[in-house]
Design a protein around this ligand. Structure first.
Ligand code: R5P
Length: 295
């Protein structure tokens, strides 16, 4: 196999290549004066091509690069292209919340398949069922429960793991299970029109515990900050924030620190100052598994 990436930003593609024992090839890329993107691959794959490309900001540009890179690999002769998207953009728009809206993740997944992907590996996609719903090719969703739990194992005392909303409860539960800790969730309501987030207090036994709040994404940090505030008001000793995807916009890190959070940590699906946990070993296993499925 040969591992490809369109830009080797934070070393994740290189770590995956090293884990697989394969070569890493970096695409040539540029932007034309009118803003259009260009990518080119100069080396044919040895066996299957594994394309690693994360869809963080600027999402539209990176999405186009991904689609073009898949097509370029097929064009240069790759029989099999396994696409690894560590952060899948647009995953939160997974249904028509309001009449007249698109199902953005559906369009994106169908486009990846239409471009020529033979399998897709993603990390902690917002709603895993969209993979089966929109794809016919094999797919795998890697969730870094173990990585997050292991990061905190020697850093916390008497931990309690919280999900900032009910939807994130399974993730928090699995992290808690590995730490031998209790878990719970906080009730959050988001106004779909204004985007305003309200936290409704739920009785949590966090007093004198270290609290680890675990979510899939930190974007503005508003959700985590609310959850942290709630925990501190209820007597938590220290509060930590962990997420898979550190999207981190609009001063998120400052908002989190200002909310009293001790440490913020994320995986390396999106490059950021807090992306300290690598998902490379899990992605290596996922690529091997998915290759077994399409062999
Ligand atoms: C929402 O459904 C997600 O799981 C995250 O909780 C949300 O995207 C976090 O956004 P923010 O950091 O802007 O509150």
């Amino acid at each position: 196999m040969t591992v490809y990436t369109v830009d080797a930003g934070n070393g994740l593609a290189a770590r995956i290549a090293r884990g697989l024992g394969d070569k890493l090839v970096i695409f040539e890329k540029k932007t034309f004066p009118d803003g259009e993107s260009y990518v080119r691959v100069a080396e044919k794959p040895e066996g299957a091509a594994i394309l690693v490309h994360s869809l963080y900001y600027p999402q539209e540009k990176r999405t186009m690069e991904l689609l073009m890179a898949i097509d370029a690999l097929k064009g240069i002769g790759a029989d099999v292209v396994v696409v690894v998207v560590p952060y899948m953009a647009y995953a939160r728009q997974d249904k028509r919340f309001l009449e007249g809206e698109p199902i953005s993740i559906g369009i994106l997944l169908r486009s990846i398949e239409a471009a020529g992907a033979d399998a897709l590996v993603v990390v902690d996609i917002h709603k895993p069922s969209v993979l089966e719903e929109w794809l016919r090719i094999p797919s795998l969703n890697v969730v870094p429960y173990a990585e997050v739990a292991d990061y905190f194992r020697d850093r916390v005392e008497d931990p309690v793991v919280l999900a900032p909303d009910k939807g994130a409860l399974e993730r928090a539960g699995k992290v808690a299970e590995r730490l031998g800790a209790e878990f719970d969730y906080i009730v959050k309501e988001r106004d779909r029109i204004t985007g305003e987030v309200r936290a409704i207090a739920k009785k949590l036994d966090v007093k004198d515990h270290d609290v680890i709040i675990v979510d899939d994404i930190i974007s503005t940090g508003g959700t985590m900050a609310l959850a942290a505030k709630h925990s501190l008001e209820n007597g938590a000793r220290r509060v930590y924030a962990a997420c898979t995807h550190a999207v981190m916009v609009k001063g998120a890190l400052d908002r989190l620190i200002a909310a009293g959070i001790e440490d913020v940590v994320a995986t390396d699906t999106v490059p950021s100052p807090v992306s300290k946990i690598t998902v490379a070993p899990s992605l290596v296993e996922a690529v091997k598994n998915v290759m077994g499925e399409i062999a």
